[in-house]
Design a protein around this ligand. Structure first.
Ligand code: SDX
Length: 388
C-alpha cells in the first residue's frame, strides 16, 4: 500500500494555512472578506474600499478612504522605461504571457520598496501593484492591437481609468459609460480575494522564500493562467461559442460526464464550493443589469449560458458531485458586453485578484513565518546499489 502518510508539523507552522483575511464555507456557499459577506460588499462597497479592507482588516473611514484613493492615484503610472519592455514580445502573444513578463519586470524598477521586512516598504509595494496592474493590463491590450499606450488619468475613478486606458486613443477620448465603469468595478471586487486557492498559495510559497513582492505576484499570475483556475473565464466563452446553439447543450453536458474525455463543463465545479459560488449569484445579477442597460437582454450567449445552467443544475450527475456555476461562469459574458476581448479575460482576473494576493503575502511576511516546504508521499524505489 501507500504506507503511512507522515507530515512535518513545521510545514503547517509556516502560516501557509493560517489566515484571517477570507473565510469560505464550501458546503453553505458562504464567502466573507474580513467577516463581511461578499454580496453585501458587492452591493454597498466598491473595489478600492474592498482592497483597503483586505489589506488592513477594517473598512476605511471617510478620511482613510480618501487618502488611500489618492495614494493609489499617485502610483498609476509605470516607469517610462518599462514601455520599451513590451517591444520584445510578438504582437500576437497571449496577453497572459506578456502580463507575467511585465509584472515580473517591476522588480527591475522599484528598488526602493523591495525591503520585505520594512512595513512601510511593503505598503508602498502593495499600493504600487494595486495602482499599476490596470495600467499594465491596458498596455498589454494596446500592444496586442498596435495602438499607442494611454496614460492613466487621475480625474477618473479606478474602473473608469482602466476603461479609458483600454478603449480611448490619443485621437479621441470618449467619456466612459458609468454603467460599464460600475460593472467593471464590480467585476474587480468579485475577484479581489478567495482564500488560499492555487494562485494565492503560489504567491505565499514564493513569498515565504523572501522573494520580492513583484516577483511573487508574477508567480501568482503564472499559476492563475491555467484553464482549471483563472483561465476558466476565457474557456467558458470559448465553450459557449463552441456550443453555438441551445440545441447543442445536451451533447456538451453528456460529453462533460464522459470520464475518458478530459473535457469538463468550464465555469462549473469548484475545489471548495459544493454549492452555488456566492460570487456567481452576484455576477449573474450584474450580468442581467449590464445587458439590460445595454439593451442586450437577448444576447445569444447569455441565453445559452442560462439554459446550460438550468440543465446542469438539474442533472443528477452534477448534483451528486456538487457541481454548480462558479465565479467564471457569467463573468465572461459581462466582460464581452463591456468590450473586453476574450483573450484578455484572465488578465482582468489577475488585475482584480492583486489585492488578495498582496494581502495574503503581507499577512504572512508581517507574521512569524517559515519557508514553505510541502512534503510528498514517496512512491519510488527503496535504496538500491549501482550495478557492477
Ligand atoms: C477558480 O480555488 C479557488 O478558490 C479558485 C477560484 C478563485 O477565486 O481563486 O474560485 C477561481 O479557479 C474557479 C474554478 C474555475 N475552473 C473551472 O471552471 C474549470 C472547470 N472546473 C473543473 O476543472 C473543476 O471543477 C475544478 C478544477 C474547479 C475543481 O476540480 P476538482 O476539485 O478536482 O473537482 P471535484 O473534486 O469537485 O470533482 C468531483 C467530480 C469528479 O468526478 P468523479 O471523479 O467524482 O466521477 O466532479 C467531476 C470530477 O471529474 N467534475 C466535473 C467538473 N468539475 C468536476 N465534471 C464535469 N465538469 C466539470 N466542470
Amino acid at each position: 500500500g501507500k504506507g503511512l502518510f507522515t507530515y512535518d508539523p513545521g510545514f503547517v507552522s509556516t502560516a501557509a494555512t493560517e489566515s484571517a483575511i477570507t473565510y469560505i464555507d464550501g458546503a453553505a456557499g458562504v464567502l466573507l472578506h474580513r467577516g463581511y459577506p461578499i454580496d453585501q460588499l458587492a452591493e454597498k462597497s466598491d473595489y478600492l474600499e474592498t482592497c483597503y479592507l483586505l489589506l488592513h482588516g477594517e473598512l476605511p473611514d471617510a478620511e482613510q478612504k480618501e487618502t488611500f484613493v489618492s495614494t493609489i492615484k499617485n502610483h498609476t503610472m509605470v516607469h517610462e522605461q518599462l514601455s520599451h519592455f513590451f517591444n520584445g514580445f510578438r504582437r500576437d502573444a497571449h496577453p497572459m504571457a506578456v502580463m507575467c513578463g511585465v509584472v515580473g519586470a517591476l522588480s527591475a524598477f522599484y528598488h526602493d520598496s523591495l525591503d520585505i521586512h520594512d512595513e512601510h516598504s511593503r505598503m508602498v509595494s502593495a499600493h504600487r501593484l494595486i495602482a499599476k496592474m490596470p495600467t499594465l493590463a491596458a498596455m498589454v491590450y494596446k500592444y496586442s492591437i498596435g495602438q499607442p499606450f494611454m496614460y492613466p488619468r487621475n480625474d477618473l475613478s479606478y474602473a473608469e481609468n482602466f476603461l479609458h486606458m483600454m478603449f480611448n486613443t490619443p485621437c479621441e477620448e470618449k467619456k466612459v459609460s458609468p454603467v460599464l465603469a460600475k460593472a467593471m468595478d464590480r467585476i474587480f471586487l468579485l475577484h479581489a480575494d478567495h482564500e488560499q486557492n492555487a494562485s494565492t498559495s503560489t504567491v505565499r510559497l514564493a513569498g515565504s522564500t523572501g522573494a520580492n513582492p513583484f516577483a511573487c505576484i508574477a508567480s501568482g499570475i503564472a499559476a492563475l493562467w491555467g484553464p482549471a483556475h483563472g483561465g476558466a473565464n476565457e474557456a467558458v466563452l470559448n465553450m459557449l461559442n463552441e456550443i453555438g446553439d441551445e440545441s447543442n447543450i445536451d451533447k456538451f453536458v453528456a460529453k462533460a460526464k464522459d470520464k475518458e474525455d478530459p473535457f469538463r463543463l468550464m465555469g462549473f465545479g469548484h475545489r471548495v464550493y459544493k454549492n452555488f459560488d456566492p460570487r456567481a449569484k452576484v455576477m449573474k445579477q450584474t450580468c442581467d443589469e449590464v445587458l439590460a442597460e445595454l439593451g442586450m437582454e437577448d444576447d445569444p450567449l447569455l441565453k445559452i449560458a442560462m439554459k446550460l445552467e438550468k440543465i446542469a443544475t438539474e442533472d443528477e450527475y452534477f448534483i451528486k458531485r456538487g457541481l454548480y456555476p462558479n465565479v467564471d461562469f457569467y463573468s465572461g459574458i459581462i466582460l464581452k458586453a463591456i468590450g473586453i476581448p476574450t483573450e484578455m479575460f484572465t488578465v482582468i482576473f489577475a488585475t482584480g485578484r492583486t489585492p488578495g494576493w498582496i494581502a495574503h503575502w503581507n499577512e504572512m511576511i508581517s507574521g512569524n513565518y517559515r519557508i514553505g516546504r510541502p512534503r510528498q508521499l514517496y512512491t519510488g524505489y527503496a535504496k538500491r546499489d549501482y550495478p557492477g
